[in-house]
Design a protein around this ligand. Structure first.
Ligand SMILES: C[S@@+](CC[C@H](N)C(=O)[O-])C[C@H]1O[C@@H](n2cnc3c(N)ncnc32)[C@H](O)[C@@H]1O
Length: 232
């Protein structure tokens, strides 16, 4: 769950003019091997507006990859695809970097920061898939404006997704599921993919699990795995 947003958040908001959407950006100090990988190896994985995806068949992106369980799974199982991950939480980025180094991945592109900064420079119709998995729920109504799914961001998602591109949204917070379905309906460019009777109740094929999914299950909260296709 997101922690209270304090002074730093306010100053960031005043610089960018956009509300901050995430809680902590740091946890425990990194272990020395993690720090070395961040210093030496992370720069080779860093996404920039000049990153070249021409050797890859498609580009996929995950927003808020947390402990990188799903991101590393995607990149390991799909080495012909460029996989972008955006996450402001340093310890999560360090996990992605360690995993990429262990698996010797050449298809992972990491942004340590707000996914909206990446969306700003991605060209139109550049992504085939976008994953938003267990996003911070911001349950209090006065904090709802910090939810990553909102009218403006859906317009951005529409811009960067290819026609027929897919948006995957998973959550254990029923109010956020309803919120998302409502906003996608209002947007009018997405169709909700319902594959068989268990559809959104079952994880996506090959799903590796994530830390927040496992927390939700332990707490007895049912998880929802929604898939939307952008109209051609
Ligand atoms: C509840 S956690 C879920 C993490 C992971 N997806 C999982 O299922 O375990 C939400 C994550 O989204 C990240 N996040 C929040 N706002 C973000 C943003 N604007 N851009 C990128 N990541 C963001 C947070 O830092 C946090 O790691």
């Amino acid at each position: 769950m997101p922690k209270k947003v304090g002074k730093t958040a306010k100053s960031i908001e005043s610089i960018t003019g956009r509300p901050r959407l995430y809680g902590r950006s740091k946890g425990r100090p990194l272990r020395s091997n993690q720090q070395s990988l961040m210093d030496d190896y992370f720069p080779t994985l860093k996404l920039s507006s000049d990153s070249d995806f021409s050797n890859f068949s498609e580009v996929w992106m995950e927003i808020g990859f947390g402990g990188a369980e799903h991101l590393l799974h995607l990149a390991t199982c799909n080495q012909d695809i460029a996989v972008i991950g955006a996450e402001p939480f340093l310890n999560g980025v360090a996990k992605a970097v360690s995993g990429a180094s262990e698996q010797n991945l050449n298809n992972l592109f990491l942004h340590h920061g707000d996914a909206r900064d990446v969306m700003d420079f991605l060209p139109e119709h550049s992504l085939s898939r976008l994953y938003i998995l267990f996003p911070d729920p911001w349950p209090k109504s006065r904090h709802n404006k910090r939810r990553i799914i909102n009218e403006q961001f859906l317009i951005e998602i529409c811009r960067v997704l290819k026609p027929d591109g897919q948006l995957f949204f998973a959550s254990d917070i029923m109010d956020y599921v309803d919120w998302t379905v409502t906003r996608l309906k209002q947007n009018g460019r997405f169709s909700f993919v319902i594959d068989g009777p268990s559809a959104w109740r079952e994880p996506y094929p090959g799903w590796p699990g994530t830390r927040y999914e496992s927390k939700a299950k332990k707490a007895g909260r049912p998880c929802h795995y929604l898939t939307f296709t952008k109209a051609a």
